[in-house]
Design a protein around this ligand. Structure first.
Ligand code: ADP
Length: 260
């Protein structure tokens, strides 16, 4: 543990990885994993070399999101774990290590060791960005990640709703405490896009993400609509940037990625 904004002595770069971008949220269910997956793909489509680390140890969803459930990991000649690959993206999820359905009780030291292993014992190859899908909230994984490696920046995902915003502010505060610069706020589920008439409806209210960004003196990275294809694509194992790269959702993700 470290606090008071003191840099931890253990911090070291991940070999071959230029930037680590952490995606966090104040609470679960706001679409953090969906955003992490599609932001990673958007960066890839912009021409970068990208990896995605699913560090949401309590509710890993990236293996499912990329259709990689049940895939076995391989190791290289130095016994380093090789991430899986999907749609040109390197993906590694705890779900590919721990059998699915197994109850996971993570105690501090084990959790720290797991994150350390993710960073040290994985052959990511050469990457411009390693996008990390954090667990929701402000817990030990966030601390371990910031302690073990240099995180270039953190993206905060929130819905426009007031209750989500309060938690999101806490997540931003956590990034600050561990000296991770906040890159901006990305608002998810900004408005429901009707599949029949195309009319946007602000189900969770309007302007919350923008107001939060102003409060935090950080950038507003944009609005992702709430749509049926976005939910379906995630469940099908083909994220929206792969499934429907010309749609409004994909365009919103690409715009956000260009803002990073
Ligand atoms: P979190 O990681 O914050 O818990 P997820 O990314 O797992 O959230 O999203 C929770 C659920 O909501 C998933 O079923 C996902 O497909 C869906 N979802 C997330 N964002 C959207 C969106 N903008 N439009 C439609 N469905 C979404």
């Amino acid at each position: 543990r470290f606090g008071g904004g003191v840099k931890a002595p253990e911090q070291y770069p991940i070999p071959g990885v230029k930037h680590v971008v952490a995606v966090g949220s104040g609470k679960g269910g706001v679409g953090k994993s969906t955003v992490a997956a599609n932001l990673a793909l958007a960066l890839l489509q912009e021409g970068a070399r990208v990896g995605l680390l699913d560090a949401d140890l309590y509710g890993p969803s990236q293996a499912k999101m990329f259709g990689l459930e049940g895939e076995r990991l391989k190791v290289d000649q130095h016994r380093k774990i090789l991430p899986l690959e999907a749609f040109g993206l390197k993906v590694l999820s705890i779900a590919n290590i721990v059998p699915p359905g197994q109850a996971m009780i993570w105690r501090g030291p084990i959790l720290h060791g797991t994150i350390k292993q993710f960073l040290e014992e994985v052959n990511w190859g050469e990457l411009d960005y390693l996008v990390v899908d954090l667990p929701p909230g402000t817990g030990d994984v966030q601390l371990s990640l910031a302690q073990l490696t240099k995180v270039s920046g953190g993206v905060i995902v929130t819905t426009p709703q007031e209750v989500a915003l309060i938690d999101a502010e806490r997540a931003a505060d956590m990034f600050k405490k561990v000296q991770v610069p906040v890159l901006g706020v990305l608002e998810n589920m900004s408005h429901f896009l009707c599949p029949h008439c195309g009319k946007p409806t602000p189900i969770f209210g309007e302007g919350g993400g923008k107001r939060l960004a102003e409060r935090l003196k950080t950038r507003f990275l944009g609005e992702i609509p709430l749509t049926l294809p976005l939910r379906e694509s995630g469940d099908r194992g083909r994220p929206i940037l792969v499934e429907s790269p010309e749609g409004p959702e994909a365009e919103a993700f690409r715009r956000a990625a260009r803002e990073l």
